[in-house]
Design a protein around this ligand. Structure first.
Ligand SMILES: Cc1cc2nc3c(=O)[nH]c(=O)nc-3n(C[C@H](O)[C@H](O)[C@H](O)COP(=O)(O)O)c2cc1C
Length: 97
């Protein structure tokens, strides 16, 4: 299993911006209780801003251009898995690019 996008930012709730465990990771943890799998978090090479509006603007640019933001660490071992489940938060009504 690969967990997409390790940003885990929370912009509007309770003043807590950086979450130790976000919703996507929580869901991945729940799935891992039922199937034998490895969990991986994908970290972006250039993290999003702590500012919500800047994050929205960057995300709009990336989605409109069908961007594939660079990731900090490649996952070469992914070739050895039979099945990869890719988790992602929903940003602007779509899976995060
Ligand atoms: C820039 C941005 C755009 C978002 N757009 C949507 C959306 O269109 N629909 C939605 O239901 N939630 C949207 N959300 C909320 C995220 O899907 C929600 O916070 C999600 O649980 C984040 O997952 P994470 O905790 O794994 O990062 C958005 C959040 C951000 C930061």
């Amino acid at each position: 299993m690969v967990l997409k996008h390790g940003e885990q930012r929370n912009y509007h709730y309770d003043g807590r911006t950086h979450l130790k465990v976000g919703n996507t990771e929580r869901l991945a943890q729940m799935i891992s209780r039922y199937i034998d799998c490895d969990l991986r978090r994908i970290l972006l090479a250039y993290p999003y801003s702590d500012d919500y509006e800047q994050t929205v603007q960057r995300n709009v640019r990336e989605q409109d251009s069908d961007a594939r933001p660079a990731i900090a660490s490649p996952l070469p071992e992914v070739d050895h898995y039979d099945t990869v489940l890719l988790g992602s938060p929903i940003w602007k009504t779509s899976a995060h690019p």
